[in-house]
Write a protein that binds this ligand. Sequence first.
Ligand code: SF4
Ligand code: SF4
Length: 274
Amino acid sequence: MEILGLTHFKFYQLGWFVWNRMVHMFKPGGIFEAMRQARNSGMVHHFGLTGHDTPENFTKCIETGILDSITVPYNLLYRGYEPTIKRAGELGVGVVAMCPVGGGSLAYESDPLRKATKMDMPTAEMSLRFVLSNPDVSTACSGMTELAFIEQNTRTVRDFDPETEGIYEVVCEGVDRLRQTLGEKICTACGYCMPCPEGIDIPLHMGLFRNWKVLGLDVNSKQWPGNCVRNAIHTVPEQQKVTKCNKCGQCEEKCPNELAVRDTLDQLAELFSK
Ligand code: SF4
Ligand code: SF4
């Protein structure tokens, strides 16, 4: 607070929520006691939790009534937390949408997405508008590493009118159409295929494949070199790399979307070797 020149925080988010740690968080001298003290002293006005635990566990957590807000992943490609977000709206719990631009992947221009939605606007803008059009979302937390991103995002939000947009249905229909056109099922990042006996981060790689093949996001983007699919593959830690796949097939047995994970990883491995 000294560094920021503040006397209190209106809003404070704690990471990373995991339901099975709740018992520790409630211990005397634990996180919740500290937060209660901070709130009672006026140092923090509202507090919430952030994390990647399952939507079901986040719902259980907000139903305890202890939180003012939650921060959960939500974007036009990943809508798995929508039931939790809706429940938060019913309970008056604030929602911060995490990764509204898909962790940077939707900052690329995607012609297939634009055509499928028939919306002529930058993909990043479409993504942000989509998230904010959900009436139960309070705000979005978008990473911005360049001044141009800040300008674009502030412009988008300033011009945005959730009452008249109607963007939600249009985008959902467009993304569904895109999936059908390609005749491919898309990974929903549910994580049911995990753990992989070789330690591969399967949802991460399936997401990269989707960005590459389905959304037409650039493999060699010059505009976003740090985020292009090929570069992203190279930044995966050694112990989670796709080249470690032993083709055991356990992931495919567990995948509810019946995705051909092994074949997908093979294609990514080729990209990796180039
Ligand atoms: S097939 Fe490959 S990715 Fe799937 S569980 Fe086996 S080692 Fe992991
Ligand atoms: S189980 Fe299937 S849909 Fe879910 S993360 Fe794994 S590959 Fe994707």
